[in-house]
Design a protein around this ligand. Structure first.
Ligand SMILES: *Cc1c(COP(=O)(O)O)cnc(C)c1O
Length: 821
């Protein structure tokens, strides 16, 4: 916890910057690049990185927050507005970040392990952390921080209390590894495996392997499987190597594997002319391979086969998930199961900070299992962190954290262990707040989670927030410079959630949100959403509500115009933002082209309103057959908006593009686009291979399993028949959950244990039956209704409908869980 302080002058020299220094006394200990995630303000150095957005544009906000040290790349930057700040100017801020991390790395002489490969990097890193923790105080990359920014930030956390570092790296195109290798400068290298992933960024597999191996150029020990390099003709790095392989000659040759008791993989191998064995508490192929890689590493590091076996047997599953769910007493529960250390606590607190739905934020935190001796410093740092992240209440669990109670200046309570906390849960009176649970594994915080979460029906819709952000960024990257983005969160965000999704969109700085009805907008305002919100279907009766909550109505007809202006006049409002809808061919809502004169006369001389935007909607942007009509709509839209602009004498945002138009019609972007279903991973533009990620997984579970005799029938009206008998599973989802009755009698398929099985008989209201004949499954097991394998698009096709209807049809009684991984 003892991070070195760097005088600003040293930083200037290390990164080769031109300094404009107001305070030479400044010292640096924390690096940041995201204006939304600032900590340790006094000792922070902000890197203005040019990514999708230019980090320079956030400098005022970051300065306002108190940061006084900046690395920038704009030599003409006007620093006068920031008189107290130090500006270090370099030609490339990302390279400066990397150079600083490389320098920091060079200050330490303890061993540094670097891991790369196509799969398994994070698991192998986390497992080695578990396996080597008894001897070493280890610093490792948090979660899967393995990118061009993630690696330097991870390396920056090294300090002199550590005894071993483990970093993972991920690259997606040629040339990236060189920078990472220079930062990490590993002494030990591990290649997990080489698959086909990320081949797009490389000219050949050979090139990809060569690039990955360049990480290990200077290692004294390189651990790998020759199986993955069998066609590679280049040089193998490493002064020494240690190889492992299944059924091939290697330093560790795995000669036999067998599953024991359905939950252990029993491995036998040849090592140094003898036979050795190991038991790994996992049986799936990927875990077994990762386990063997760790086994090889232990042997290569000199652990005896017996010791290695003893440790491998105790491997724990790696939990990466951070879940957001509804809790008791109108609380939101954030359950972070990733192992506890200060950097993962900071990440989780950032997520807590993103939640606006409740004003009050509490943290339940256990002892931090850190081997370092200086717990004083550690808990002071935690206290600082809690202050900068504006946590209202701390509940500490464990004897260590309790000892440091004095350091925390917020509202607080301490318990010696999880049991005592659970006994006192009622007294804590959690109500209408967001609660983050962050506990070390031994504290079993899953028990607290269970006690705080509403118990409901076990069918859940899981929303992958990483995937959602990926999709958002994918569409943002398609936008021309300056084009704004409105995200459609109508109909409960296409079935996926309300403020949970809006919080994330607000955090990611989209420009607008849109809802169908005023009520939806009010719910978002009550949950702390401050983004502008458009109401597409404003109702006469809701006008007061709209004005009261600062919502912006769509004005689509003369009648709605007059009514709204009247409501504004009653309240003496002027310049109220509205959005004018034109009908260019949809023939739903909107002013028709022949009403344009009327519209212009309405807009003239109405100080009550201000036209914020004028928009229209495409009827078939995803449909090739309708391209001619789309062009026609675009042309009319352009003409009409030109006319309006001329007449009213000020400019407004123009927008017409929905999801498929963003991907298919770059010309349709105008000043803003309206992203809808694409955010959730569905876009008709991409038929076979989609760059989008699946966001929603609908899951249920098996209530009962039955063996049936030949001729037995299943369900209402005896529609399901098993002529030869068989086995059925009753699962907890029916048409009242949104699983259409049309999926009955074999039409619908679900995944049980990875196998696609068919429905049998009619779908009931709350349940349905699956034919699981021949499958070895147990009651209580999970069943997937849709995910990336059973795609919403395919289900829609089966029902002759569109994915929108499937997504929005998942009923409100199905619990939503949001997660990051
Ligand atoms: C729903 C909606 C959208 C979004 O459409 P997607 O096809 O889901 O992207 C855009 N504009 C309007 C007016 C809408 O109602």
């Amino acid at each position: 916890m003892n991070h070195k302080l760097y005088p600003v002058k040293d930083i200037e020299r290390i990164v080769g910057a031109k300094g404009n220094i107001a305070d030479v006394e400044a010292e640096i200990r924390t690096l940041c690049y995201d204006s939304r995630k600032l900590t340790d303000i006094k000792f922070a150095l902000f890197f203005a990185i040019k990514g999708r957005r230019d980090g320079h544009s956030f400098i005022p906000e970051v300065y306002e927050a108190g940061v006084r040290n900046f690395i920038i790349s704009d030599f003409n930057f006007d620093s006068k507005k920031f008189p107290e700040a130090n500006f270090l100017t370099v030609s490339d801020t990302l390279k400066a970040l990397q150079a600083l991390a490389a320098y920091h790395r060079s200050c330490f002489t303890y061993p540094v392990i670097a891991i790369t490969g196509s799969n398994g990097k994070t698991i192998v890193k986390e497992w080695l952390y578990q396996l080597l923790a008894p001897e070493y105080n280890i610093i490792r990359s948090p979660k899967s921080y393995n990118s061009q920014i993630g690696v330097p930030l991870s390396v920056w956390e090294m300090n002199e209390d550590h005894q071993l570092a483990i970093f993972e790296t991920g690259i997606s195109k040629a040339g990236e590894m060189k920078a990472l290798a220079a930062i990490i400068n590993p002494t030990i290298g591990i290649l997990t495996n080489i698959g086909d992933a990320h081949n797009e960024g490389f000219s050949s597999v050979e090139e990809k392997i060569k690039e990955k191996l360049s990480l290990f150029q200077n290692t004294s020990l390189f651990i790998y499987s020759p199986f993955y390099l069998k066609n590679y003709k280049g040089e193998i790095p490493g002064k020494k190597t240690f190889t492992w392989c299944q059924h091939f000659k290697a330093d560790l040759e795995v000669i036999d594997d067998e599953i024991l008791e359905g939950k252990y993989e029993f491995l036998r191998g040849k090592f140094q002319n003898g036979e050795i064995q190991s038991l790994i508490p996992f049986t799936d192929a990927a875990s077994v391979e990762n386990g063997i890689c760790c086994w090889a590493t232990l042997l290569a590091l000199g652990y005896s086969p017996e010791e290695a076996d003893k440790r491998l047997e105790k491997l724990q599953p790696v939990r990466m998930r951070l879940e957001l769910k509804n809790g008791i007493n109108n609380c939101s529960i954030i359950d972070d199961s990733y192992s506890l250390d200060i950097s993962s606590l900071a990440i989780a607190l950032d997520f807590l900070n993103q939640q606006n739905q409740h004003i009050r934020r509490s943290l339940i935190l256990s002892d931090i299992p850190e081997a370092g001796p200086d717990t004083d410093l550690l808990y002071s740092q935690v206290a600082n962190l809690l202050q900068s992240k504006e946590v209202d209440q701390l509940i500490g669990v464990g004897s260590e954290i309790s000892k440091h109670a004095d350091k925390f200046t917020l509202e607080k309570a301490f318990f010696p262990d999880t049991d005592t906390l659970l006994k006192n849960l009622e007294k804590l009176k959690f109500f209408n707040e967001t609660i983050l649970l962050k506990g070390a594994r031994t504290f079993q915080f899953e028990r607290i989670s269970k006690a705080l979460t509403q118990k409901v029906h076990e069918t859940v819709l899981e929303i992958n927030l990483n995937a959602l952000e990926h999709n958002l960024n994918y569409y943002k990257a398609l936008l021309n410079p300056g084009v704004k983005i409105m995200v459609m969160v109508k109909a409960f965000s296409y079935g996926s959630g309300s403020y949970e999704i809006a919080n994330l969109l607000q955090f990611n700085k989209v420009d607008y949100l849109a809802v169908a009805y005023a009520d939806e907008g009010v719910a978002l305002r009550k949950a702390g959403i401050t983004l502008p919100i458009v109401v597409m279907n404003p109702d006469f009766l809701a006008f007061d509500t709209i004005i009261e909550h600062n919502l912006e109505p769509e004005i689509y007809s003369k009648r709605i115009f007059y009514d709204f202006v009247e409501a504004l006049n009653v309240k003496n409002k002027e310049g109220y933002p509205v959005h004018i809808k034109l009908d260019t061919g949809m023939h739903r809502l909107g002013f028709m082209p022949d009403e344009i004169e009327l519209l212009l006369s309405l807009l003239a001389d109405t100080p009550a309103i201000k036209v914020q935007s004028v928009f229209s909607h495409l009827v078939g942007s995803e449909d090739k057959e309708e391209d001619e009509f789309t062009r026609h709509q675009l042309k009319i839209f352009e003409e009409l908006t030109d006319q309006i602009e001329k007449a009213i004498g000020y400019s407004f945002i123009r927008h017409i593009a929905n999801t498929s138009a963003i991907s298919r019609w770059p010309k349709a972007q105008f000043g803003m686009v309206r992203l809808g279903i694409g955010l959730y991973g569905v876009d008709g533009t991409y038929k076979d291979s989609s760059p989008l990620q699946t966001v929603a997984t609908l899951k249920t579970s098996i209530s009962q399993i039955k063996e049936l005799k030949p001729g037995d029938t299943v369900g209402y009206n005896r529609k399901g028949i098993l002529p030869d008998g068989g086995k059925i599973a009753t699962v907890k989802i029916g048409y009242a959950d949104g699983y259409s009755r049309k999926f009955g009698n074999g039409r619908g398929k679900m995944l049980v244990n990875g196998v696609k099985v068919s429905t049998i008989g009619n779908i009931c209201m709350d349940m349905c039956m699956l034919d699981i004949t021949g499958l070895n499954v147990a009651e209580g097991e999970e069943v997937i209704v849709f995910n990336e394998q059973i795609r919403v698009e395919d289900l829609a096709q089966l029902l002759e409908t569109i994915p929108y209807e499937i997504l929005t049809g998942v009923s409100q009684r199905v619990k939503r869980i949001y997660y990051y991984e």
